[in-house]
Write a protein that binds this ligand. Sequence first.
Ligand SMILES: NC(=O)c1ccc[n+]([C@@H]2O[C@H](COP(=O)([O-])OP(=O)(O)OC[C@H]3O[C@@H](n4cnc5c(N)ncnc54)[C@H](OP(=O)(O)O)[C@@H]3O)[C@@H](O)[C@H]2O)c1
Length: 274
Amino acid sequence: MKTIEVKGALVPALGLGTWQLGGRQCVEAVRQALALGYRHIDTAQMYGNESEVGRAIRESGVPRGEIFLTTKLAPGNYAAARARRATEESLKRLGLDAVDLLLIHWPTGEAPLGETLAAMARLRAEGKTRFIGVSNFNVALLEEAVATHGADIICNQVEYHPFLSQRAVKAALARFGLMLTAYSPLGRGLVQRDKTLAALARKYGKSPAQLALRWLVDQATVAAIPKAASPAHLAANLDIFDFALAEADRAAIDALAANRRVVDPGWGPEWDEE
Ligand SMILES: NC(=O)c1ccc[n+]([C@@H]2O[C@H](COP(=O)([O-])OP(=O)(O)OC[C@H]3O[C@@H](n4cnc5c(N)ncnc54)[C@H](OP(=O)(O)O)[C@@H]3O)[C@@H](O)[C@H]2O)c1
């Protein structure tokens, strides 16, 4: 498994997303993922599945230190006292002493960014999270986060797949030496339905999803966290390291960028131009 090194963190480049996994299905999917070799799991307070994710991790037999676990503060929890309480509640649900990465899930402006980041930095200093970061930040917010005293963030988790270039966000992250975690890396089905990807995938004896994931993780500081409930998808998404994309094929995938988003709530930030 390829690992991304950023500010002392070692992040497996391919992880499991868990949005919309719940109950027994969530426990099973995380358990199977860990058995298959996944070592990076993404959850969030908003997903309502931290108990199931934690249970699967605790019962997996995989040493805790081998797993990179992310959770995210939900909107409503960004004031300092609430950030602390919400994180402690997350740890209780997870049944763990610490997460590896704590993110601000969505910028909402409900509390000053510096206040939330300082609270997260304190939780980090106390060992409740090993690293901190942000999600769904545009370039301006990213610049503000980096400039904010005490905010030693490592990543921005944003939507990223072949149909959305994230050109501006990627350039800003490179400037600051931060990583990008690609959410909805399969575009929630866009990838599987694309004819160009299907034709390219046939050449490699792979699926369009596998091609898109390889295209993502080949980028030096990009991790991808596809969600999969089915055992076949869980296995396929990990089986992407036994081929290499030709330069011309990488370029063909780059050329699919079309500013298409699958996650765009009306209350989100103003996205940067592609
Ligand atoms: N920070 C944020 O605001 C944010 C927002 C959105 C998502 N996320 C994170 O990113 C994760 C992934 O994003 P997502 O769930 O939106 O979408 P996604 O990973 O792009 O797509 C998931 C869909 O693709 C299917 N799939 C998975 N592997 C496949 C394969 N090899 N071949 C064909 N189909 C495949 C899954 O089916 P099955 O489940 O049936 O296997 C599921 O229907 C989330 O679970 C969450 O952890 C974060």
